[in-house]
Design a protein. Sequence first.
Length: 144
Amino acid sequence: MSEGPRKKHILTTENTPVTAESEQISAIKTALLNLEATRGWVVQLVNPNFETSDNANFEIVTNHSPLSKHVLSVLRDACLKSQQNSERGCHLMYLLDRIQDPELQRWTKSYRSVTKLALTRALECLMINSDIIEITNQRYMPLD
């Protein structure tokens, strides 16, 4: 009676058996998420309590994602508080600095690792949704 191929088991630190196949799947998933992060389609969330990439959380960048809502909130605040921003719009790099600043984090998720590509993707999603407009190259303003 054949039992089929035997699976090699690896123990994790929690002594939970993990098959070599599931470890490979996890590695492939992580590689794909990192690839999508370099393209700006997903952003890795940084947990302030844990600086390691183990059990990393990722967020897909869409027009309804928390990142897009946060970008819109930061853009509204910046345009309300600054005469220059209210007239000319906020520059992409100004928004990136504001979003990455840990002192300004009002959300439970930390966006310190947001890349310029991910921010650009979030801004494109907000423009498609007619929440913001691009005044000039890399300067944005909310529509409400």
